[in-house]
Design a protein around this ligand. Structure first.
Ligand code: SF4
Ligand code: SF4
Ligand code: SF4
Length: 258
């Protein structure tokens, strides 16, 4: 049990560190810069990150959302301070919105290189300042303007979603990047090779529903436990349900899936 609580605290600390690192890393995971770069003929660092993210989901499901995404970190840290509870029964239909956003996002990512007949300038780790890599970190007017612009948008969207929809509601309803992890998870589950997933031994469950109360994605975890199948496309494998279950009913597993 002690180890489970330590893992829980470690992930919370990681989320906080991602939040602090936002000024340095926000271009890495930008769903907008990947499109802008494509239209200007550049492969951006966010392109590489999202491709790596998708490949990782073929083995680790959506764990990147729980451990590596700074947009998730912003929402989670904020959501911990504004603990509005997501209602799992009401939000199932709304969760489908993100698939529409995903299709539009992918179409725009593809459009740039289609119109340009490829990425003619290749990989630019410092896009959108490929000519001046220091522009983002040298605190010139351009960099400061960009930071204010980004934080203004990110902060407003995160606050609005969290207040209206609860913790990680942007993840649940609107995030196109998370769909990459959903697709990867579906592929790994279809082929059933060894990969990270949740396992359950529901004989010990007392139905206290602590797992549902503490799920970062607002899922009805108890329902999954009673079914004996922990798969849900919106599960990000954060492990909160593992750490907060008093009966050790849920566990991570890496073995072959049945
Ligand atoms: S759903 Fe989107 S915002 Fe949320 S953690 Fe995953 S990639 Fe990040
Ligand atoms: S927290 Fe554990 S014991 Fe309680 S309902 Fe969930 S799985 Fe069952
Ligand atoms: S079901 Fe468990 S691992 Fe999945 S998102 Fe909820 S708390 Fe995290």
């Amino acid at each position: 049990m002690g180890q489970r609580k330590k893992s829980f605290k470690f992930r919370k600390l990681l989320m906080f560190l991602w939040l602090i690192a936002l000024p340095i890393t926000f271009n890495w995971m930008s769903p907008v810069l990947i499109i802008m770069g494509g239209f200007e003929g550049y492969i951006t660092i966010s392109f590489i990150v999202f491709a790596t993210w998708f490949i990782s989901s073929l083995f680790f499901g959506r764990a990147f959302c729980a451990y590596g995404c700074q947009w998730g970190a912003v929402q989670e840290v904020l959501g911990d301070t504004i603990p509005k509870k997501l209602d799992p029964t009401k939000k199932k239909k709304r969760r489908k919105i993100k698939y529409i956003v995903f299709i539009v996002w992918i179409a725009f990512i593809a459009l740039g290189p289609i119109l340009n007949l490829g990425y003619q300038y290749g990989f630019s780790p410092f896009y959108p300042t490929p000519e001046d890599p220091t522009a983002i970190i040298s605190w010139n007017e351009f960099a400061i303007g960009m930071l204010i612009f980004y934080f203004g948008i990110i902060g407003s969207v995160a606050i609005l979603f969290t207040i209206v929809g609860g913790k990680r509601s942007f993840c649940n309803y609107a995030c196109p990047m998370g769909v990459l992890g959903v697709i990867g998870t579906k592929i790994k589950n279809a082929f059933k090779y060894p990969s990270l997933h949740l396992e359950v031994n529901n004989e010990k469950c007392t139905q206290c529903k602590q797992c549902s109360k503490t799920c970062e994605m607002g899922l009805d975890v108890n329902e999954l436990v009673q079914k004996g199948d922990m798969y849900d496309p919106d599960c990000i494998l954060c492990g909160s349900c593992i750490s907060n279950c008093p009966q050790d009913v849920i566990n991570y597993a890496l073995k072959w899936r049945k």
